[in-house]
Design a protein around this ligand. Structure first.
Ligand SMILES: *Cc1c(COP(=O)(O)O)cnc(C)c1O
Length: 420
């Protein structure tokens, strides 16, 4: 469910016509719906209201400060994967005691910054990292709270690039090694083991892989308990899928219903890390048709947005629906590739897509672009990054302005030796 809908022939976000935003701010631009964002957060939060829990929004999916602030005000924490994300989370007012830090390659500096900020815990992904955290915490005279991320070897049945819980993946600690690692962690003077973490992948459309992974995590917690190690937090990760085209992913309520019986067998506070399921369908990317081009055996619709603005189609061959901002019922339907101006064959937003004939100047909405959209964007081909706009009721609020050419060269300088 989202708040992008047609009124008559025209696409709106909440009470605002998309066309009006494009006229005011130009294209391409990302547009987010405040109402959708809030509703999706509450869907998660309320599904788990019967048990103590923290929703730690996975901010790599969307790290705009205003988006984070809106979620923080609803009580959200954050799942971070870098020092930069920690900085953003703190700037946005997310409470440090709801911040968890994942990722296989945390640097010493990042670990120190997180300890100084007194975040809730690190989700540790390897024995080497555990040693490093122990060393840094020791030098600061602190004990670091950690959860060990286990790799439950579960196939989430999603795209290989977004599967993270298989043995061959770089993430987590193998289930067979886990007990040994918990024992080792327990002996480190500057480590306090407080949790078990498992995140098996993204865009999951069934509950079964969640249930299977959770069973393994719970078995581990029970074994630890029997060995006298009390685990306070169970982090079930993120990964709930969304509808991009015809997927029918479970609602957070259905996920909760499927795993509640399991969760009740342990006395842990539950942490969850949804990203995509909160912001994915709360955002679109609006682009303008520049040219229609007939190739030898393909028709191309060339638009002003490109892979640097939305990488998912190029990176994962991900599907995003593309809808006209103004419907034109009478028009001819063509099968086209929707491509951007970047000098790469991999630069496309859609391939072999049936779409009503569009004319230069027409606006198109690339749907479900709120997650892993702007955050993955780059300046490739020296293209300024596009603005992010929040719609709240009738209001249009720019929450990140379009970059300028000056922004592109900020930080660069030509040294004296090359000055003539
Ligand atoms: C990416 C990631 C998430 C969020 O995944 P979504 O599919 O966006 O919900 C949660 N936890 C970890 C550790 C991640 O790496």
């Amino acid at each position: 469910m989202h708040d992008f809908h047609y009124q008559g022939e025209e696409l709106f976000c909440e009470e605002v016509p998309i066309r009006q935003i494009a006229e005011q701010l130009g294209t391409p631009c990302y547009i987010y719906s405040h109402r959708t964002l809030i509703r999706h957060f509450h869907a998660f939060d309320q599904a788990f209201q019967a048990i103590p829990h923290i929703v730690a929004f996975a901010m790599k999916s969307n790290s705009n400060l205003t988006v984070l602030r809106i979620l923080a005000r609803e009580g959200s924490g954050a799942d971070i994967v870098s020092g930069g994300e920690l900085f953003r989370a703190l700037q946005a007012g997310i409470s440090p005691n709801k911040i968890v830090f994942a990722g296989v390659g945390k640097s010493k500096e990042e670990i120190r910054y997180a300890l100084e900020s007194d975040i809730l815990m690190f989700n540790v992904e390897s024995p080497g990292e555990l040693q490093q955290i122990n060393t840094v915490a020791g030098a600061m005279g602190l004990r670091a709270r950690v959860a060990l991320r286990i790799n439950p070897d579960i196939d989430p049945q999603t795209h290989p690039y977004i599967s993270t819980g298989l043995k061959k993946s770089k993430f987590g600690i193998g289930a067979d090694q886990a007990l040994g690692e918990f024992a080792a962690a327990g002996k480190l003077p500057h480590i306090e083991v407080v949790g078990v973490h498992s995140h098996i992948g993204s865009q999951l459309t069934q509950v079964t892989p969640f249930v299977d992974a959770l069973k393994k995590a719970i078995a581990l917690i029970q074994t630890l308990q029997a060995n006298g190690v009390h685990i306070q937090y169970l982090n079930i990760g993120g990964g709930l899928g969304i509808t991009y085209s015809d997927e029918t992913p479970p609602h957070p309520k259905e996920l909760a219903a499927a795993i509640f019986p399991l969760l009740q067998t342990v006395s842990c506070q539950i942490i969850m890390e949804p990203g995509r399921s909160i912001v994915g369908n709360a955002g679109i990317l609006v682009t303008k048709v520049l040219y229609n081009k007939d190739g030898a055996n393909k028709r191309f619709v060339i638009v002003d947005a490109a892979m640097n603005d939305l990488l998912r189609p190029s990176l994962y061959e991900a599907h995003h629906d593309i809808q006209p901002v103004m419907k034109n019922e009478s028009s001819v339907v063509n099968t086209v590739d929707v491509v951007g101006p970047i000098c790469e064959s991999g630069d496309f937003l859609a391939k072999d897509r049936k779409m009503p004939q569009s004319q230069p100047g027409d606006l198109l909405a690339v749907m479900s672009a709120g997650a892993y959209g702007f955050t993955m964007s780059s300046n490739y081909n020296s293209r300024p990054r596009v603005p992010e706009v929040l719609v709240k009721g009738k209001d249009i609020i720019v929450i990140r302005k379009r970059e300028s050419y000056e922004d592109l060269v900020r930080g660069e300088s030509i040294p004296e030796v090359f000055s003539n």
